[in-house]
Design a protein around this ligand. Structure first.
Ligand code: ZN
Length: 442
């Protein structure tokens, strides 16, 4: 099959590591502080306006910038003006997102209290926040292994990939590990394949996601759970215990010295700062290992298949189970499915989601009878109707695949097989009933 290839505008992002020198670090610290100051001043204005039943637009607040600069906060002049404006813009965006979440939740019954910030309304920022950031809407240039920022100058960088397309916003970050990064958003005209309209049955795969085996596919392959977090948990636990012990000790000493409470809270000796960094580094290592693994597995799946069928995950519901939440969080299926989704689409493939309520585990793939007696402990079971003995997870993956094929056909796309028509065992037509978008991971 020949794929016509055509231009497609897409927003890409690339994160590169920065190595600022001591002077540049100081300048950046000043800019982080100034952007934070503007955020906090603007937030204060907004909150006061809301309390009076009014609302302030982004434009209203921007008009305050010269007033602040020429008045009490003249140090704001040291920072590039667009960085400060961007801070106000971000605050506005954060408010809009929070209001959108409120609107979305209005019909849902909620037991949440009014006081907790469940909708994620913007909060005041502190110099002790683990992540500091400033954004430049324009004016940043990259050449070779150097990135040039307005008012700061050339910073050494490790540009590990060519930056293609027009650069949009550039965000400079300082993570809790003390490492600096530039997150560059680009508008890129990428070559991507036109979506396929008919699929080779041999290249349609169903995947069952689990805790014990991370992924079981309909071809019978089992990928064990890498347990990135579990492995490092012991070390993390020790580091975290070290840290909290030192903080408690410091607090005690502060009280003994009779220092004010704000100092108690913010008292971080150099040893504590060092421990804090160790904890952050351990977390980062887990995160990187997990991301890497997800990229590798999704790359292979997207390369070998045209369609990957998975069940919609009710992650929030599963996380509510306290005993399982840590193990499920460690699995990180959400991030994996997002990566799989765009990797498949870039090749013209199609991710398909089927409902969580589809009885993929209890349905026998040979005869379609639902076996209600199956429990979580039955790794292998025998069908009460056709007496076939099946592997629990592989059977589920096969059912997921079949339900996906039904859904593809119902959406008006075709499936062909080499030598004969597609074998579709008597899987419940539940999947066909819920035709809509084939996939919307959110
Ligand atoms: Zn059966």
């Amino acid at each position: 099959m020949i794929n016509t290839v055509y231009n497609y505008s897409i927003l890409g992002a690339i994160k590169i590591r920065l190595y600022p020198n001591k002077i540049q670090e100081q300048k950046l610290a000043q800019d982080f502080g100034n952007a934070r100051k503007v955020w906090n001043l603007a937030l204060d204005l907004k909150q006061k306006a809301y309390a009076n039943g009014e609302s302030l637009s982004c434009y209203d607040i921007k008009k305050m910038l010269p007033v602040w600069k020429n008045g009490e906060y003249d140090y704001l002049k040291q920072t590039h003006s667009q960085v400060l404006q961007e801070s106000i813009l971000h605050l506005d965006g954060a408010y809009k997102n929070a209001f959108a979440r409120v609107k979305q939740c209005k019909h849902a019954t909620s037991r949440r209290t009014k006081n907790s910030n469940v909708f994620g309304f913007p909060v005041f920022k502190s110099r002790y926040d683990s992540r500091q950031a400033i954004s430049y809407p324009q004016g940043v240039t990259v050449s070779g292994n150097k990135i040039t920022l307005p008012k700061i100058g050339q910073i050494k960088a490790r540009v590990h990939r060519e930056i293609v397309g027009k650069m949009k916003t550039v965000t400079i970050l300082r993570e809790s590990t003390g490492k600096y990064y530039a997150a560059i958003l680009t508008e890129d005209f990428k070559l991507i394949a036109e979506p396929l309209q008919s699929f080779d049955a041999a290249k349609i795969i169903g995947i069952d996601l689990g805790v014990k085996d991370w992924i079981v596919d309909s071809n019978g392959n089992k990928l064990p759970n890498p347990h990135h977090l579990k492995k490092s948990l012991k070390k993390l636990h020790r580091l975290q215990k070290d840290l909290s012990r030192k903080i408690e000790f410091a607090k005690d000493r502060c009280i003994a010295d009779g220092k004010p409470t704000i100092e108690q809270r913010n008292y971080f000796g150099s040893n504590i700062a060092k421990n804090r960094k160790h904890v952050a580094l351990a977390h980062e290592k887990v995160r990187h290992a997990r991301e890497n693994y997800q990229h590798q597995v999704s790359f292979i799946l997207a390369n070998e298949n045209q369609v990957v069928v998975a069940e919609t995950l009710n992650i929030r519901g599963m996380m509510a189970n306290r005993r399982l939440s840590k193990a499920i969080g460690d699995c990180a299926w959400g991030g994996f499915l997002i990566k799989l989704d765009y990797k498949l689409k870039a090749k013209g493939g199609q991710p398909v989601q089927i409902s969580t309520w589809f009885p993929s585990t209890k349905t026998c793939n040979h005869c379609g009878v639902i076996n209600e007696h199956i429990t979580l402990n039955d790794r292998m079971w025998t069908c009460s109707s056709c007496h076939a003995t099946v592997d629990r997870d592989i059977n589920a993956a096969l059912n997921i695949r079949d339900a996906g094929i039904v859904k593809i056909k119902a959406a008006g796309l075709s499936v062909y097989a080499h030598g004969g028509h597609v074998r579709l065992d008597a899987v419940g037509q539940a999947a066909a009933a819920e035709v809509g978008s084939l996939c919307d991971y959110a």
